[in-house]
Design a protein around this ligand. Structure first.
Ligand SMILES: CC(=O)[C@@H](O)[C@H](O)COP(=O)(O)O
Ligand SMILES: NCC(=O)COP(=O)(O)O
Length: 238
């Protein structure tokens, strides 16, 4: 079964918009877990426009499922944060400074040496490592050479194209997943997954261990309520 990790960045965006503590990010994380989600994901960015570095320390105290921290390991502040907090999983994402949202995976061939060193440093501390990659076989082969435990397939391409034909949109992800399996890599996926596109993806991409979903899930919660929404997503994965 594929596990659901809820990305709570957008809860923090709402809180930050008024400078107070409403909604209470910590309480929301606890509630999401009690509604059945199997993980909490955060993606702190250097400008702290949503998750703040301080939030991550507080979340570590209360998350009882899997805590996944995503971010760019080229920032020393991010490395220090992850090594101090020691989440169950770190997901390395090659975002540029000030980027609106993640928009590409690692070039695992060009950055192989660098990734190998970084991944080794996190694994030494007992932190499982996943790296964000596009669904390209050569990038997955490169990932396998870095020592990463898992890859996270960047799913924006699937989300953008599934309206035009779901089988065609999913095809590169199925090939990528098979390659990951062949090379012994665990498989996660995320970015723009939603209630319309998730079920087909989860049912057809082999070996999918975890999806992290934030933007669409928090948006859906405005209509359906948070508890109901988490359960609707879980049913897509059942
Ligand atoms: C790696 C990835 O796809 C997610 O982390 C996503 O980018 C969420 O980050 P934002 O909430 O900052 O858009
Ligand atoms: N890793 C992807 C993630 O955490 C959530 O992405 P999105 O659902 O906010 O696009």
């Amino acid at each position: 079964m594929t596990r659901l990790s809820v990305n709570i960045n957008k809860i923090a965006t709402l809180r930050n918009s008024r400078g107070g503590n409403n909604p209470d990010l910590i309480q929301v994380a606890k509630d999401i877990e009690s509604f059945g989600a199997q993980g909490i994901t955060v993606h702190p960015r250097p400008d702290e426009r949503h998750i703040r570095y301080d939030d991550v320390y507080q979340l570590k105290e209360i998350v009882t499922t899997e805590f996944n921290i995503e971010g760019n390991c080229e920032e020393q502040k991010f490395i220090d944060l992850v090594l101090a907090v020691k989440p169950e999983q770190v997901t390395l994402v090659p975002d540029a400074l000030g980027q609106l949202t993640s928009n590409h995976g690692w070039d695992t061939i060009t950055h192989k040496r660098y990734l190998t060193d970084m991944i080794g440093a996190f694994k030494k501390e007992g932190i499982r490592v996943s790296i964000f990659v596009d669904p390209l076989e050569d990038m997955i082969a490169g990932a396998a050479e870095t020592g990463t435990d898992r890859i996270e397939l960047y799913t924006e391409g699937y989300a953008n194209h599934y309206h035009q034909g779901i089988e065609l949109a999913a095809a590169p992800y199925i090939i990528a997943a098979k390659k990951a399996q062949e090379l012994g890599l665990g498989l996660n996926a995320g970015h723009d997954l939603d209630l319309k596109n998730l079920k087909y993806f989860a049912q057809n991409v082999p070996g999918l261990l975890e999806v992290s979903i934030g933007h669409a899930l928090v948006s859906d919660a405005l209509y359906y309520g948070l508890e109901n929404t988490v359960q609707m997503y879980l049913r897509q994965l059942a």
